[in-house]
Design a protein around this ligand. Structure first.
Ligand SMILES: Cc1cc2nc3c(=O)[nH]c(=O)nc-3n(C[C@H](O)[C@H](O)[C@H](O)COP(=O)(O)O)c2cc1C
Length: 323
């Protein structure tokens, strides 16, 4: 067994974090709800629920349903708006000894830029994550499906705000690597991927969709292979760091994402069925890295071998699987 000390610190562009285990937006409330279960100061970073400029009531019920290996949600960015976030949630978040990455979603380019400028004036924020990927709202999603809109949005936010910027991408596109390249060209420090996968559930007896919004976002272990594929493809297309998200629940999941090319990960749905999952992952991480034979997280990032002698190539990065 390798007994060298292992460095857990990670660098996401201008953002340095003590370790690569973060919690994903929308799955950890505003952190206060979790403080009796989780030692928040151990987390690599905390992403509170996405904030919008105006309060949003969210979508009609039902808004969540369990599925095989995961869940569907159509929350619809239910939140009290940026003024309430600054007044009621940020003061608590500032007291937490962990990096706070504030997730924002605008309906327009200008809304994103205005929110970024407003949050830039607030102390205690480590970075912004631009949610250009929520499948449950109509406005805003085109920034995540068109590379040039994504580039212009990130560039606009970057010129209005000095904080490190992460762009959170949707898998519900044909070529996620193109969108990531747009974010990188616009000046993003990192891209986070993925948000939920568009899906639906049906109650055939009532001939009705289960979710009030008909469609929702699939998350949890069921989407891990999709998320890994996205990280793999994007890692080959951009030079900025990646944050892997999607179905991560075990230490093996974490290392798979690092090997695929993610420098850090966010844990989402697993927090619902095991609120202490992040603590378990942090306990297991040093030993797992030692087992991988590396002295730092960075040393493992993107070390995937796609071809080994005598084996056929399994898949090309642009999506054509070999038969
Ligand atoms: C109930 C629920 C609410 C979510 N809300 C948000 C949100 O407000 N902003 C956001 O960027 N992602 C949101 N997400 C997506 C997660 O942050 C994450 O990207 C996705 O669930 C995939 O990770 P997972 O499989 O580990 O959950 C939400 C996910 C769930 C399950």
């Amino acid at each position: 067994m390798n007994s060298r000390p292992v460095s857990l610190a990670v660098q996401l562009g201008r953002l340095q974090l003590p370790n690569p285990i973060l919690v994903a937006s929308g799955t950890f409330g505003y952190a206060r709800e979790m403080e009796h279960l989780v030692d928040l100061s151990r987390l690599g970073g905390i992403l509170p629920k996405t904030v919008t400029q105006q309060p949003r009531p969210g979508n009609p019920p039902w808004r969540t349903v369990e599925t095989t290996g995961g869940m569907l949600n159509s929350i619809g960015l239910d939140n009290d708006g940026i003024e309430a976030f600054i007044a009621h949630h940020l003061p608590y978040l500032r007291t937490v000894r962990a990096a706070i990455l504030v997730s924002i979603a605008g309906r327009t380019h200008d809304e994103f830029v205005q929110m970024a400028a407003q949050l830039d004036r607030e102390p205690g924020i480590a970075a912004l994550e631009l949610n250009v990927s929520c499948p449950n709202v109509s406005g805003g999603v085109d920034f995540g499906t068109d590379a040039d809109s994504c580039r212009r949005l990130v560039a606009g936010v970057r010129s209005a705000c000095g904080l490190p910027i992460l762009a959170k991408l949707t898998p519900n596109v044909t070529r996620i690597a193109d969108i990531a390249a747009g974010a990188a060209d616009g000046g993003a420090d990192a891209v986070s991927l993925i948000n939920t996968v568009l899906g639906m559930a049906i109650d055939w007896r009532r001939r009705k969709p289960v979710l009030g919004n008909v469609l929702g976002g699939l998350s949890g272990p069921a989407i891990k292979p999709i998320a890994l594929r996205c990280v793999y493809q994007v890692a080959r297309a951009v030079r900025i760091p990646l944050v892997g998200i999607g179905g991560i629940a075990t230490i093996d999941d974490v290392l798979e994402f690092l090997v695929a090319g993610a420098s850090a990960v966010q844990i989402g749905t697993a927090n619902y069925y095991d609120p202490t999952v992040t603590m378990k992952l942090l306990d297991a991480l040093p030993q797992a890295l030692a087992e991988a034979g590396v002295a730092s997280v960075a040393e493992l990032v993107g070390t995937l071998h796609t071809e080994s002698p005598g084996q056929p190539k399994a898949a090309s990065a642009n999506g054509t699987a070999a038969r």
